[in-house]
Write a new protein. Sequence first.
Length: 302
Amino acid sequence: MSQRIKPLPPLNCLQAFEAAARRQSFTHAATELSLTQSAISRQIKRLEEFLGRPLFHRDALGVALTPAGERYFVLVQRLLRELASGTAALTRRQGSLQLTLASSPTVAAMWLTRQLPELKRACPQLDIRILTMDDPRQMDASEFDLALYYLVPGEMEPAGVQINRIFEQEEVIAVCSPAYLNQAGPVTGPRQMLQEHTLLELEDYYHDWLTWQDWFDGIAEPYQAPSHTLKTNSYLLLMQAALAGQGIALGWARLLQPYLQEGSLVQALPHNIPSKGYLCLLEPSHRHASAATRQFTRWLLP
């Protein structure tokens, strides 16, 4: 016989607590939920009385979660997100299948969006929602159905997901636009590239394995600091700069294949090195595969 669910706190109290804990402010939570600050305070006080313990430290400087509040916040946020996701699934129009894909901004903008027309032809019932975040370890698995990220095996892999490689073989190449070569002149070799051309460099801890030093080591050529650089902490911005003719960038050959085929990018030098990272499909391991997930996975990994 099934057991009756024990009494739960009111939903509006849980929503007020989640917003206040996430924003670390009763005032910001009130603005987000279109309530007054006193209403937020009353709802959280009611929740604390229900639980029999404080969830926030309060002082003149503001509020901060207690240890119990921190633990409860993780639980409440996950359950509210799952409830919102399940509710949205039930209210979708009949015949449609919604799939939420998480991805880095680069993969989303430069690869995924180019695959959408083919995906729509193959799976016309799928409605796609795309969330972007640079670091997959910061994702909440309750917020997405599948994710697409370049990962280095054994490094910075998010917990609680199953990982499948999309591209078994990947190489890192040096690319630029034809317009850049027309303006800056040809690249005749690795040393000349360092001395006479602008190299686009990424200042990003997550992609610190994708460096010019590594690339020169991989092609067995001596490396020295380039004479001209353009640096950014965004890989998407780096590739947009390459497309705009601002210099030479390192990129993944499979990711950039459409741009190489259409001629908007060309290889600056014919050298390739094996990539440490691979484009991977991530699936939350705690969740049963939905019809939308199965359709997308069959299309992507035939």
